[in-house]
Design a protein around this ligand. Structure first.
Ligand code: SAM
Length: 261
């Protein structure tokens, strides 16, 4: 469908054309009229059109201006499309928030920017109700992984600190044009209203997690030796001979909070 536009690799353009997958994604998002949805990377409108028809008004952020005229034409009569030609990585999502409303963010994301984009969005998590993204399957596996899983690591911990993560369903490469080299999955991220485990100093928490995963095969004691000595380990109920990938978000928060009264 709509193949007059030559897909641009540098913008990670793989357009969804599988109608069943599009419908599954629309169902998973479960939009309702008048909710404030924001789509990142609308492309040729595979998701934009059905979502706009439901909500009546939609903000879209697209870096490739060449796609916008056709997108606007396709959305004519479907509702009010508000286009922002911008790099989502630099976009100030707060500018979209009116009063106390919360945004619902959706997108079939360009895979090369998905991780930094999620970190960027987490800065606005208090203004976000939920996020539904199509991502590289490997990234979704890392986001949703639990301690002990192969995919568990820094990304799992940092995102789960902020959000409840649910991996929803897999999407084959054949659902896109052109097909990507990788398999995809859809994920739901719901920012915690009250964080179940709160770091007293977020930057320190983030540093502890980074340091712990800088040497994956080593023990925690070894990885964190520049930060924690025997006296510190004696104060926490965590065995320092465990490996970084065995600790939960709560464990990392506990380690980090040790240094703050
Ligand atoms: N949503 C469409 C679909 O499902 O068919 C297109 C998905 S395609 C994987 C990613 C889209 O994101 C493209 O339209 C691309 O131009 C856009 N994009 C790439 N980098 C972006 C960025 N930094 N900010 C905003 N949009 C971007």
């Amino acid at each position: 469908m709509h193949q007059t536009h030559l897909a641009r690799k540098r913008f990670g353009q793989h357009f969804l054309h599988d109608k069943q997958i599009i419908q599954r994604l629309v169902d998973a998002i479960h939009a309702e009229p008048n909710q404030h949805l924001v789509e990142i990377g609308p492309g040729q409108g595979a998701l934009t059109v059905p979502i706009l028809k439901i909500v009546g008004q939609l903000d879209v952020i697209e870096i490739d201006w060449d796609l916008i005229p056709a997108l606007k034409t396709r959305c004519l009569g479907k509702g009010l499309l508000i286009t922002h030609q911008a790099d989502a990585l630099e976009f100030d999502f707060k500018t979209l928030v009116q009063d106390k409303e919360e945004l619902r963010v959706i997108g079939n994301l360009p895979y090369n920017i998905s991780t930094p984009l999620i970190f960027h969005l987490l800065e606005y998590s208090e203004h976000i109700q939920d996020m539904h993204f199509m991502l590289q399957k490997e990234v979704v596996d890392r986001l949703a992984a639990q301690p002990g899983d192969d995919a568990y690591g820094r990304l799992s911990i940092m995102v789960q600190y902020h959000c409840a993560v649910t991996s929803l369903f897999h999407v084959p490469a054949s659902a896109f044009y052109p097909p990507p080299q990788v398999e995809s999955s859809v994920v739901r991220l719901v920012p915690h209203v009250e964080k179940p485990h709160r770091a007293k100093n977020y930057e320190h928490f983030s540093n502890v997690v980074r340091l712990a995963f800088s040497h994956r095969r080593k023990t925690l004691r070894n990885c964190l030796k520049t930060m924690m000595g025997d006296e510190d380990w004696a104060k926490v109920a965590i065995d320092s001979h465990r490996r970084p990938e065995e600790l939960s978000v709560a464990d990392y928060v506990q380690l980090s909070n040790l240094f703050f009264k």
